[in-house]
Design a binder for this molecule. Structure first.
Ligand SMILES: Cc1cc2nc3c(=O)[nH]c(=O)nc-3n(C[C@H](O)[C@H](O)[C@H](O)COP(=O)(O)OP(=O)(O)OC[C@H]3O[C@@H](n4cnc5c(N)ncnc54)[C@H](O)[C@@H]3O)c2cc1C
Length: 308
């Protein structure tokens, strides 16, 4: 097990925002996971599981507790014909490449999502109007006692950017994925097209968490997706402190170099209010906020609570 103390979340997290976390544990076995939890329990500190932090906004005050991340031993990919068994720590773009190299199609839409497998299951990540759950057969997780639970796809209660793992405290350690045989060149071509289109649409050079807000089908039908609506209310490029609403895609909030969580929360609150005033719809965030006491809160709710 690797244990780091006083980790700078500004340096470590994907959005490059946040104070210091007391502890970061990288665990490679179930025993190590249990040891990490016992260590924290003795200190009376809470913990939170993280993947690649691509959907997380950490508090400016940091985290009084432990972040737990799956290590390399939880990142293996094993293929049996068209079924992939993959560990919860695996890096999604790597997993997609492994599938492409074997002529296996189905999860190309995830090629540009810089997540871990566990985080992608938890969020039911997706793009191109597809969701990860479309191809999942089953998910393995550990409960608080370290007992292994295997759930079929239906038992994971997947919906748009949601899963049962958002309402329990289990740690996703792996999944089985069903793929389809396809010509390697066709799959490769599809991946390149997806990456090209993402490069054009989304900001890449500045840290972000991807889309901040979830698309609401009712709002979409009348006014369009969140990015268009935020642009229509005049917020594209709007800056608060070190953060701004991307000039490239208004559903992205980028860190211009020295953003604080509070700058991002203020931009979220401004977007919520302006969009509601113009459309009557209340946006909901996809991004999640991690508070100083390790609580995980939807970023829109955090903005409302902290800035009230
Ligand atoms: C540039 C960029 C582009 C993006 N594009 C997309 C996109 O196209 N589609 C999309 O859906 N998302 C996208 N995202 C958002 C993000 O990648 C997804 O939400 C992803 O699923 C988060 O995975 P993660 O490993 O980074 O998890 P984290 O951000 O680390 O964690 C997210 C949540 O998952 C939980 N979690 C993480 N790992 C585990 C585990 N092993 N077991 C249980 N819970 C766990 C955490 O507790 C947390 O609540 C993008 C983000 C960025 C930065």
């Amino acid at each position: 097990m690797a244990l780091y103390k006083d980790i700078s979340l500004k340096e470590f997290s994907y959005w490059r925002v946040g104070g210091k976390a007391d502890f970061l544990f990288i665990v490679d076995t179930i025993l190590e996971l249990k040891e990490a939890l016992v260590y924290l329990e003795k200190l009376g500190l809470p913990s939170i599981v993280i993947g690649n932090t691509t959907n997380l906004l950490f508090s400016d005050a940091g985290v009084r507790g432990g972040l737990i991340k799956l290590g390399p031993k939880f990142s293996s990919c094993q293929f049996e014909r068209n079924v992939l068994t993959v560990g919860g720590g695996a890096y999604l773009p790597y997993v997609v490449r492994q599938c492409v190299n074997r002529g296996l199609s189905g999860i190309e839409h995830l090629v540009g999502v810089p997540a871990s497998l566990g985080g992608a299951v938890y969020m039911n990540a997706g793009s191109q109007r597809k969701s990860f759950s479309d191809n999942l057969i089953s998910v393995d997780s550990l409960d608080e006692n370290g007992s292994l639970i295997t759930r079929s796809r239906d038992e994971c209660l997947f919906s748009y950017r949601n899963s049962i793992f958002q309402s329990n405290t289990e740690l996703v350690i792996g999944a089985k994925i069903r793929l389809n045989f396809q010509s390697k060149s066709i799959i490769r071509h599809e991946c390149l097209n997806i990456l090209k289109s993402r490069r054009k649409k989304f900001p890449r050079k500045k840290p972000s968490c991807g889309s901040v807000f979830i698309s609401d089908p009712a709002m979409y039908d009348t006014f369009g997706p969140p990015g268009k609506v935020i642009e229509d209310v005049g917020l594209k490029g709007y800056k608060i402190g070190g953060a701004s609403i991307s000039t490239q895609h208004a559903n992205f909030i980028v860190n211009d170099g020295n953003a604080k969580a509070i700058d991002i929360l203020n931009l979220i609150l401004l977007s919520l209010d302006r969009v509601q005033a113009k459309t009557g719809f209340r946006l909901k965030s996809e991004a999640k906020y991690v508070s100083e006491n390790c609580a995980l809160i939807d970023a829109d709710q955090a903005a409302l609570t902290l800035l009230a």
